[in-house]
Design a protein around this ligand. Structure first.
Ligand code: NAD
Ligand code: DAO
Ligand code: ZN
Length: 368
């Protein structure tokens, strides 16, 4: 069939919206009609050419919501008409990783997903007879896409596509990092570096977890108002203090119980570790640093009890946890509406990237 898609033909080039060919689902695969997709920094990172796994031409996008239109042989967990969210971190429930409660990084289709291909090593998308690469196993910048069944989370049918698409990445990454990975306890002091689309979700995760202080750190003071609405109790602008780490240690009377780096900057990653409380403070890296960059600290920081760790997709097991997070939204426990600052049709998708680069949006959502 034909479907409309925004194609990334090369690094640094704007996306081009064209009709592409899409093959139906093979055994174990599902075709989805996308209704909405968010535009995330990771799409921009790949489009920039900095992503070592970035392949072109490709159909980017990994933060979508839609409806199942067709299933391949053997698919049992979803059926045509189901409302679903694509998962860039699948959940096969059978691999060594899925069977280990310490991780959410299912490896069942990792190799082919990283190559921009379906598990059988081929692409379902093509243009003029030439294959187009899939992206993060999702390719949500297309009106229709095909995914492996293990990368499809069935959610409730009354969830609004234009909001819950954000649960496909940003919301789950931020809220999940607090709840599933850090397991922040009530009364904890939490510090959040970067008050963008991820950091604001960390803040609301910390609020839900019952944190005591929730301190935000950002060089852009325009983020403060929304961050306070989401639960931030204190703010530090690094440009206004002589030493960010000292300022945090003073404000928390000893250091953070948990800090979250939501920027992707190796210098703030170091600050996030070193502002942690001696003996028990844990720093969770969420931000993705540029290719080839390295983090550093004095090892004595770790010897004296601080813990450095990371979080991918909020530690969530997609098919199990994403439907629960949709319920939290529908029950009013988490706020997504205030984070969706712009919407646009697919034809205007490049405007969404421009708004992101200008720092004017939290999340732009393409509506199909
Ligand atoms: P964003 O650009 O919306 O937010 C970043 C914020 O950091 C901005 O408010 C900016 O003003 C602030 N900032 C920039 N430099 C700063 C500095 N030196 N000190 C203090 N504040 C600074 O980005 P986002 O969408 O929230 O994404 C954040 C990071 O999370 C990105 O690196 C993204 O790739 C990554 N990410 C990780 C995962 C994961 O699973 N680990 C998932 C999605 C996104
Ligand atoms: O299993 O090796 C692996 C890869 C897991 C991918 C996790 C991606 C998390 C960070 C990328 C940003 C997502 C938008
Ligand atoms: Zn698995």
């Amino acid at each position: 069939m034909k479907t409309r898609a925004a194609v990334a033909f090369g690094a640094g080039k704007p996306l081009e919206v064209v009709d592409v060919d899409l093959q139906g689902p093979k055994a174990g695969e599902v075709m989805i009609e996308l209704k909405a997709t968010g535009i995330c920094h990771t799409d921009a990172f790949t489009l920039s050419g900095d992503d070592p796994e970035g392949e072109f031409p490709a159909i980017l996008g990994h933060e979508g919501a839609g409806i199942v239109v067709e299933v391949g042989a053997g698919v049992t967990s979803v059926k045509p008409g189901d409302t679903v969210i694509p998962l860039y971190t699948p959940e096969c429930r059978g691999c060594e990783y899925c069977l280990n409660p310490k991780t959410n990084l299912c490896q069942a289709i990792r190799t082919t997903q990283g190559q921009g291909l379906m598990p059988d090593g081929t692409s379902r998308f093509s243009l003029d007879g030439q294959p187009l690469k899939h992206y993060m196993g999702c390719s949500t910048f297309a009106n229709h896409t095909v995914l492996p069944e293990i990368a499809v989370a069935k959610i409730r049918d009354d969830a609004p596509f234009d909001k819950v698409c954000y649960i496909g990445c940003g919301v789950t990454t931020g809220v999940g990092a607090v709840i599933f990975d850090a397991k922040v306890e009530p009364g904890s002091n939490v510090v959040v570096f970067g008050l963008g689309g991820i950091g604001l979700n960390v803040i609301q995760g910390a609020r839900i977890a019952g944190a005591n202080q929730i301190i935000g750190v950002d060089i852009n003071p325009s983020k403060v108002e929304l961050a306070r609405k989401f639960g931030m109790t204190g703010f530090i602008n690094p440009k206004e203090v002589p030493d960010v780490v000292e300022a945090i240690v003073e404000m928390t009377k000893g250091g953070a119980d948990y800090s979250f780096e939501c920027i992707g900057n190796v210098n703030t990653m170091r600050q996030a570790l070193e502002c942690c409380h001696k003996g028990w403070g844990e720093s969770i890296i969420i931000g993705v640093a540029g290719a080839g960059q390295e983090i550093s600290t004095r090892p004595f920081q770790l010897v004296t009890g601080r813990v450095w760790r990371g979080s991918a997709f909020g530690g969530a097991r997609g098919r199990t946890d994403v439907p629960k997070i949709v319920d939290w939204y529908m029950d009013g426990k988490i706020n997504i509406d205030d984070l969706i600052t712009h919407t646009m049709p697919l034809d205007d998708i490049n405007k969404g990237f421009d708004l992101m680069h200008a720092g004017e949006s939290i999340r732009s959502v393409v509506l199909y």
